[in-house]
Design a binder for this molecule. Structure first.
Ligand SMILES: Nc1ncnc2c1ncn2[C@@H]1O[C@H](COP(=O)(O)OP(=O)(O)O)[C@@H](O)[C@H]1O
Ligand SMILES: Nc1ccn([C@@H]2O[C@H](COP(=O)(O)O)[C@@H](O)[C@H]2O)c(=O)n1
Length: 474
């Protein structure tokens, strides 16, 4: 029996390691003393998501990989098998093949495998050797050409053995199948597909496969982020893994760097609303209508980050419903003037909520100057230090105003982690600026744009939100 294989063994942790796609990042906002991810960010190379799949021979590694690939149909995925890197046997070794241990780490050319995965990770194509299990040699004439992909899956009995290989992986999966099932599958496969007879399979299993499983494969299980009991029969585990990979692939790169950034799940409705409000020719009425719809979604999402208490109620059927009670100690603070456009949505969601105001003058308001922001006016609830604060401003550009507002809230006694900054559009520069200075402040947005231009305007952006919303741009 494999070690500890219960349903609870299915453990999923956040995939570790970097995974950033090609996005222009302004180095002005990257200081050398920040988090380790900052230096990686500076590279801003599109990096594929690398998944390692390990487990005993015939545990179902390839089967699980095929299931993942099928479900990831809308992404480019490449499967690399560690088997491709088996060293070919010399003539002498071939004569005494029954004494050769194919399950020992030395049976593989790990240096070559490392080189190939590194190249693929850097977006290059590679030529993989083709291994023939019948004559224990690599095919000398042909190779398998593998191109750059969004996802690279590396599968094999010993892919977790070498730390350098493990370090290339963003996610490590161990397929955990009972030893008797593995042996039964292996007998069938090796006799049907690999030209062996039952006796040689059993002999090899007892002499090499089982000892090497105990000595090398099983000890590497501890490196797995996810353990899948029963391999390909475990559809729930595979579905969850695919969901996780899709989330990682779909997430904006900044969300992987700053865990405090939340971009609401994009749908065609949300994309459609953004398309309308970004259109310079939309009527004022429609601009307000679709902005309000989006603001409402962001506000609802932001409220979802507040703490809650468990609560039960009795329904008209006399049954008990176990639910939650809203956090009551909260308030809104709008950054005047465009932040005021978000107040109605907040009031509509939170009956009787107190909303304070902060007026910040930006020297870059005329678009030409370096951004310097000055606090001009503030009116905040007296007991604000006891409240969670929803800070409202529809566009996060340089982050200077947001930082000024957050600094004031902290001076007033609001804990940094009690502040949730809600906006419709964030520029990467603003996200860096706020998240570096106030890593515990949550930022909830509906889209992250490309960058700021030389005039500190968000690109593609939507122009001056306040003017368009309040009709002062005519
Ligand atoms: N869940 C399963 N049920 C039945 N047969 C399976 C299952 N998973 C794998 N197999 C079979 O077992 C053999 C080994 O599976 P494979 O996925 O190639 O394992 P590995 O890649 O770990 O060596 C194959 O013949 C495959 O068809
Ligand atoms: N010439 C070879 C090379 C390898 N093997 C066995 O293959 C197993 C690994 O492949 P899986 O698809 O089962 O993971 C390994 O256990 C080796 O014993 C072989 O028999 N002959």
């Amino acid at each position: 029996m494999p070690e500890q294989t219960t349903a609870i063994d299915y453990v999923m942790e956040a995939a570790s390691g970097p995974h950033f796609s090609g996005l222009h990042i302004d180095n002005r906002f990257i200081s050398s003393s920040r988090s380790p991810s900052s230096s990686l960010l500076a590279d801003s190379i599109k990096q594929p998501f690398v998944i390692g799949v390990s487990g005993g021979s015939a545990s179902g590694k390839t089967t699980v990989c095929d299931m993942i690939i099928q479900q990831l149909h809308d992404h480019r995925v490449v499967l690399v098998s560690q088997d491709s890197f088996y060293r070919g046997l010399s003539a002498e070794e071939s004569e005494r093949v029954h004494e050769y241990n194919f399950d020992h780490p030395d049976a593989f050319d790990t240096e070559q495998m490392l080189e190939c995965i590194e190249k693929l990770k850097q977006g290059n194509s590679v030529q993989l050797p083709i291994y023939d299990f019948k004559n224990h040699r690599r095919c000398s004439e042909s190779f398998r050409q593998v191109n750059a992909s969004d996802v690279i899956i590396l599968e094999g009995i010993l892919v977790f053995h070498d730390q350098r290989v493990r370090d290339l992986m963003n996610m490590k999966i161990f397929v955990d199948t009972d030893a008797d099932v593995r042996l039964a599958r292996r007998i069938r496969r090796d006799t049907v597909e690999r030209g062996r007879d039952v006796n040689s399979v059993l002999e090899q299993y007892a002499k090499f496969v089982k000892p090497a499983f105990d000595d090398f494969v099983l000890p590497s299980k501890k490196y797995a982020d996810v353990i899948i009991p029963r391999g390909g029969d475990n559809h729930v585990a595979v579905d969850l893994i695919v969901q996780h990979i899709q989330t990682k692939l779909g997430q904006h790169d900044l969300c992987k760097i700053y865990p405090n950034i939340y971009v609401i799940q994009s749908t065609f409705q949300i994309r459609g609303m953004h398309t309308l409000i970004r259109d310079k020719d939309i009527s004022k009425h429609d601009f307000v209508f679709y902005s309000d719809r989006l603001i409402r979604l962001v506000v609802e999402h932001g409220l979802g980050h507040l703490p809650f208490a468990e609560m039960q109620v009795v329904t008209p059927t006399g049954s008990v419903y176990s639910g939650v009670d809203f956090c009551k100690k909260l308030c809104g603070v709008s950054i005047v003037r465009s932040g005021e456009s978000m107040e109605n949505a907040l009031r509509a969601c939170c009956k009787g909520i107190k909303i304070g105001k902060i007026l910040i003058h930006r020297d870059g308001d005329n678009g030409k100057q370096a951004n310097i922001s000055l606090l001009i006016y503030e009116k905040l609830p007296k007991d604000i230090s006891e409240r969670h604060v929803l800070l409202l401003d529809p566009v996060l550009a340089t982050g200077n105003s947001a930082n000024q507002a957050i600094e004031l809230l902290i001076q007033k006694g609001v804990p940094e982690s009690y502040i949730i900054f809600l906006n419709l559009i964030s520029a990467p520069e603003g996200i860096h600026c706020v998240s570096k200075r106030f890593p515990s402040v949550k930022i909830v947005t509906s889209e992250i744009d490309v960058a700021l231009n030389d005039e500190y305007r968000v690109i593609p952006g939507l122009g001056e939100f306040g003017d368009r919303y309040f009709g002062t741009d005519d």
